[in-house]
Design a protein around this ligand. Sequence first.
Ligand code: MN
Length: 306
Amino acid sequence: MSQQVIQCPKAQLDKIADYYRSKQTSPTPQGALFRAKTANCVITAYRSGKVLFQGAQPEAEASIWTDKNAATTEKKQTTHKQMPKNFLTSNHSGSDEAGTGDYFGPITVACAYVKQDQIPLLKEIGIQDSKKMTDTKIRLLAKQIAQLEIPYSLLILHNERYNQLQQQGWTQGKMKTMLHHHTYLNLTQKINPSQSSGNLIDQFCKPEIYVKHLKTEGESLPEKTYFMTKAESYSIAVATSSIIARTAFLTEMDKLSDKVGLELPKGASKKVDMAIAEIIKRYGRNYLINCAKVHFANTQKANTYL
Ligand code: MN
């Protein structure tokens, strides 16, 4: 692998960020504005204006930015189309999920539809990526979203069903795909899709893989579906969905904690391992099927505490 470095002024850096928006990956290295991955190049842009291109032929990718005339070259898309230019500021829906990295509790996926004229208000009340907010703030915003009567649909994949599907060979990626897909289909029953610019999915796998999962269940990608990584930072619809999904996850976790009689920790940390051990001691191993994603490594790690 070889590399090429170019130095850019701020304005060009913004253009470069825009250009690679749908290809951006996380986490972002320290000091970097973004990292993006194309079929044959990894692009890392630093706040200093330095942009690093790594791959088999990084010169080719870097030349897009060093050769001014080439800067407007459109990229070819394969399985899905490029998002229209004004998409994020127009009527659109977007979906996001919660609970996928948490050992305890369900996966929740929401898909919300926002109209162009609602976007400023939603921004004003502080709708943004739910990962950047406290649980209290998230719940508060969820109430405000409900008051604004934003159309949305929500799906909850409870642990029993999750574990069943996992046993049948479903990956978490396939579960997420089908949840995102069906929340959108459910949403289209509540809105007039012809007035929407389309649906944006907070990208969690390659769009090709997403489409492949749909096909295995006899489904296909709806028209005007777009993918973007970190979409909750750019789309108010996705940010709204991230709040709805997270709130539903929190509510389900409260219900589960009541049921189990133990405050179930979120995430997949050592605290989780200790809680698992406590549950096994109280109710036996089988009980985990009702409240946990049992294939996570935590199930084994908990043995340390037994
Ligand atoms: Mn997401």
